[in-house]
Design a binder for this molecule. Structure first.
Ligand SMILES: *[C@@H]1O[C@H](CO)[C@@H](O)[C@H](O)[C@H]1NC(C)=O
Ligand SMILES: *[C@@H]1O[C@H](CO)[C@@H](O)[C@H](O)[C@H]1NC(C)=O
Length: 552
């Protein structure tokens, strides 16, 4: 408590200094203050998100090509319970229903992704265009706009056309840059008169690390120490190329923006009085968020990554760093290619310094020389990784502002999953999570962080990658065991709806009544769901009624 007083004085001094010097993030200043009432600036955009492979289903319908996720999820032993996204929420056939759910919540925007192989089955534009795929997204965009919901469109949410993986090695190969650019250009051409917010990549960290380093995600390759860095290198160049394409060919006509969506957990030093912990926490953030953000804002990787990976590569006896380098031309081409920064944030870790010797083998993880810790007192709503630490969100947003020159920020994903196969629609913990995280975002906005919109993750329960259907992120519950995949509102729908209609948090009394009312309505939804289950004799668990294709 005494520390807080001292910190407050420091803050005042810092603010005074900031008017003279360029801003520097202060790692030692962490005030975990109380709840703040107030509203967001007018025009703040409230939304919810999804992605193609996680929700669409219709994996082999209407001329769609296969993606690396279709192939990966059909291999046994890769996904929890060998689930696949073949059907998922049947979102492909339920655009109308889902848009009416959004309309009911009065969402300002909906964030979704376009499936590359649905439009270009082989991944390559000059091969052929699947007009049925174009038609699907055309309908969806038109219907959103008719309902005054702004589409925010992601071009790559992990579903690389399988042909490109097989023929070229996917993101390991620099030829992806022009293939992806051709796909993006086609999307600008066909949808750009109506779509003004484009996201090139969603969470490229996962693509690089989990796709090519740990192999937990498609394409499932384990190229330790190299795979992630090479994939990221091509992804960053691909992003820059697409931004330039938009800038030179479409911006004048279409007047939209092109950004990227980066995932960023916050890393807090275990001991803020220990310089080594502070440096380790900074490395954690720089190796994750900074790896992608720093090149887009400054033209090159964070110095700390170059230093550490260079040093480790030399210790291994390599003649050059495992982290590829941008040449001067590439640096200036990449710098400044972000009209807005999308931030996906879910949780926080405590970080401490930890040395890894080269004899342990080299990987992205050991290159960082740090250990991640969690506080046993943090609420863990059921997933192994997602601890609720609301103040980490404020810290992250303030870091982004100071590091990257106060960019326009859209929160492109924030939310929480719940216990395996939980069928309780009264998701009090999700209400608590949204309430506290959105409140920390409010504090950041009041401190001058330029956040323009917030995307709750996610609209529906859906296929959670290697976790299959065992983790549920939705505001709406989806009964995956039922052929028609009906949606049921959880209590958090009612709560989020009220945050949206008030554009923030008016006062304590109201917010308490929101919570009470939200929890009242879910009881009747629970009964509806239970009745539907009894009727169809379905179990809470998803039955294995659909074939698993061993041959692929
Ligand atoms: C998934 O597939 C693996 C490998 O064939 C098998 O060992 C496992 O039992 C399967 N799991 C389920 C839930 O079917
Ligand atoms: C990229 O793909 C081309 C064509 O298949 C191949 O010749 C080249 O070796 C690949 N490069 C890498 C780095 O995989």
């Amino acid at each position: 408590m005494q520390r807080n007083g001292v910190l407050r004085i420091c803050t005042v001094l810092l603010l005074a200094l900031c008017t003279f010097a360029s801003e520097v993030f202060d790692w030692t200043k962490n005030e975990m203050g109380s709840f703040q009432y107030g509203t967001f600036p007018s025009g703040f955009s409230w939304g919810a998100g999804s992605s193609a492979y996680q929700t669409e289903g219709a994996w082999d319908k209407d001329g769609k090509g296969k993606s690396i996720w279709d192939i990966f999820s059909h291999k046994r032993g890769k996904i929890d319970r060998n689930d696949t996204g073949d059907y998922s929420c049947n979102g492909y056939y339920k655009i109308k229903d889902d848009i009416s759910l959004m309309k009911d919540m009065k969402l300002n925007h909906y964030l979704f992704s376009i499936s590359w192989p649905r439009i270009l089955p082989s991944g390559i534009r000059t091969d052929y265009i699947n007009e049925k795929g174009i038609e699907h997204y055309d309908n969806m965009i038109n219907m959103l706009l008719e309902n005054r919901i702004t589409p925010i469109v992601t071009l790559y949410h992990w579903d690389l056309p399988q042909v490109l993986e097989e023929k070229y090695g996917g993101w390991q190969n620099a030829s992806m840059i022009s293939f992806f650019n051709d796909f993006a250009n086609l999307c600008f051409e066909r949808f750009g008169s109506r779509v003004k917010h484009w996201i090139t990549f969603n969470n490229p960290w996962s693509v690089a690390v989990e796709g090519y380093e740990t192999g937990e995600h498609a394409p499932g390759l384990k190229m330790r120490g190299n795979g992630a860095y090479n994939a990221a290198h091509n992804i960053i160049k691909a992003h820059a190329k697409v931004w330039h394409t938009y800038d030179t060919q479409w911006r004048n006509k279409q007047k939209g923006m092109v950004g990227i969506s980066l995932s960023a957990d916050w890393g807090e030093p275990v001991d803020v009085t220990n310089q080594r912990d502070i440096e380790a926490a900074e490395r954690y953030v720089q190796f994750h968020l900074g790896w992608f953000a720093t090149p887009l804002f400054t033209g090159d990787y964070p110095q700390i990554m170059k230093d550490y990976i260079g040093k480790k590569s030399a210790q291994q006896g390599l003649s050059s760093s495992r982290l590829p380098a941008f040449n001067p031309h590439e640096k200036s081409y990449i710098r400044g290619t972000c009209d807005f920064l999308g931030i996906s944030h879910f949780t926080t870790r405590y970080i401490t310094q930890k040395n890894f010797l080269p004899s342990r083998g080299n990987s992205y993880f050991t290159d960082r020389d740090l250990a991640e810790l969690v506080d046993p007192n943090w609420p863990d709503p059921g997933s192994e990784w997602l601890y609720s630490v609301p103040w980490g969100f404020n810290r992250l947003l303030s870091f982004v502002k100071t590091q990257y020159g106060d960019p326009i920020i859209y929160v492109t994903g924030n939310g929480v999953s719940e216990k395996m196969m939980c069928t309780d629609l009264c998701d009090e913990w999700r209400i608590q999570y949204f309430r506290d995280y959105i409140n920390e975002m409010l504090k950041a906005v009041k401190d001058g962080v330029n956040v323009k919109g917030y995307t709750a993750w996610s609209l529906l329960d859906k296929f959670e990658w290697d976790e299959g259907f065992s983790e549920r992120f939705g505001l709406y519950y989806v009964d995956f065991g039922s052929k028609n995949k009906p949606r049921y509102p959880k209590a958090s729908v009612q709560f989020y709806k009220r945050i949206i209609s008030s554009n923030g948090f008016p006062n304590q009394r109201e917010i308490e009544s929101w919570k009470r009312k939200s929890l009242e309505t879910c009881t009747s939804s629970n009964q509806l769901l239970a009745a539907a289950r009894r009727k169809s004799k379905e179990h809470a668990d998803m039955p294995k009624v659909w074939p698993v294709h061993d041959e692929v």
